[in-house]
Design a protein around this ligand. Structure first.
Ligand code: GAR
Length: 190
């Protein structure tokens, strides 16, 4: 059984969708969710779904090895689903091509530090883009720069507010992210 650990920082709607998708999967399961914000809604979702959700601090991630040790014991793949901290180099090195992130835009556009969540959709709206989308990619040492696994687009009309854009992007994420995780893991076996 391949064990995924999901990292989330906020609402966790993608984390919930991924947990649900793999619930009865033959080969893959979500072992745990890790969250760096105590008040995040993802804790409620995990409770309802009977999935362990554990809080950790930035210090546990960067200065001591609590999270790295936990990951080495409990994870085969790591999935970042709305996770906002940078992944320390030692974690990237320990999990080469095993950390998958989703970004709510068509990278390399609208990526990098400060470009996350609604900030991305405000920028897309401000620039009058006619399309946006999602990028699923492996994580390397630099924000949003790892090899791209998958992208999907959606069109944007002038009447769309940043919230409308966020909704369109979330729909794409729910539709594709679990399947892309599944295909990436299954194709890593061969
Ligand atoms: C998602 O749209 C995800 O792509 C984005 O945060 C949102 C989290 O929503 N991630 C980033 O911006 C990472 N740079 P959720 O908590 O409801 O899954």
């Amino acid at each position: 059984m391949t064990r995924i650990i999901v990292f989330a920082s906020g609402s966790g709607s993608n984390a919930e969708n991924i947990i649900t998708y793999f619930k009865n999967h033959e080969k893959i399961r979500v072992a745990k969710v890790l969250c760096n914000r105590k008040d995040a809604k993802v804790f409620e979702r995990c409770k309802r779904l009977n999935t362990p959700c554990e809080f950790f601090t930035k210090v546990d991630f960067t200065d001591n090895d609590r999270i790295l040790s936990l990951l080495k014991l409990e994870a085969d793949f790591i999935v970042l689903a709305g996770f906002l901290l940078k992944i320390p180099e030692k974690v990237v090195k320990a999990f080469p091509s095993k950390i998958i992130n989703i970004h709510p835009a068509l990278l390399p556009k609208y990526g990098g530090k400060g470009m996350y969540g609604m900030h991305v959709h405000y920028a897309v709206k401000k620039n009058n883009e006619t399309e946006s989308g999602i990028t699923i990619h492996f994580v390397n040492e630099n924000y949003d720069e790892g090899a791209i696994i998958f992208q999907a687009k959606t069109s944007i009309i002038p009447e769309d507010s940043p919230e409308d854009i966020a909704n369109k992007i979330h729909q794409l994420e729910y539709e594709h992210f679990p399947k892309v995780i599944e295909n990436t893991i299954l194709s890593s076996y061969v």
